[in-house]
Design a protein around this ligand. Sequence first.
Ligand SMILES: [Mg+2]
Length: 289
Amino acid sequence: MSIVSHTFPGKISLASLLLLGLSACQTTVPSSASNQVQEQPAAHNNFNSVLWYQTSAEFRANSIQTYRQATDLLSKAKNDNQWTVWPQANAANLPPAIIVDIDETILDNSPAAAQDILTNAAFSDASWDRWVSLAKADAVPGAVAFVNAAEAMGIKVLYISNRACSKRANTPSACPQKDDTLKNLQAVGIQQISAAQLWLKAEQPDWSSEKESRRQLAMQSYRVIMSVGDDFGDFLPNVKKNITPAQRAALVDQYQAHWGTKFFMLPNPTYGSWDTILDQPKQQYLRGF
Ligand SMILES: [Mg+2]
């Protein structure tokens, strides 16, 4: 996860704006006893989104539904040597692979976001790295069964993640985040995985939060048959900055036939490029009637 692009709880979601609007109306409550004004704490700007992520049956069902659809298509996609996510001239002779994102696709990091809410803190690199170092994220529902099914069928799973490598005090590894992430992925039950399958941000000079160069690299060695993520940038280049919601929506529609066949999108209302592309004030994007 990129610390630069991963603005996690620091950004305000649309749902949270609504919540803030509500709380603004409810902040001052007259006391009938003293007629004094009691201040209620304002809601954290990620409260509603994280609550939905952690408690809703709707989130769980949505994730399971997405992974079931992907799992059901594994065999068809593997056996059709013309089946590729993106155009690949040489695809037919290459072994099949799937590209998955990690954060909020395979691993559920909502406890890190919840902790920031509980402590009324903004997102920070230090708190995020502390969470990564614990290697205790649970899996997103449906994810582990999906990747295990793919690997069991001989489909390589490549984990292209914007978790960034950075040195940590008292740790000799150049990328302790990679060690932690591998440990976490194994802990949730992923059976066939090695460090070589994890392609983290900044491991190579051109591996930025824009994932396109890593996708192109994957396509040199594999026929990529599916992509799974929670951010539009997990699927297409140039969609994470200098773009409007309308332009992104038009691109989604342009790839209509990909969704649910080659592109599989997990829900994430808690952070993402959907949020970081918005200009201030974000209220301008709300559509009333
Ligand atoms: Mg992600």
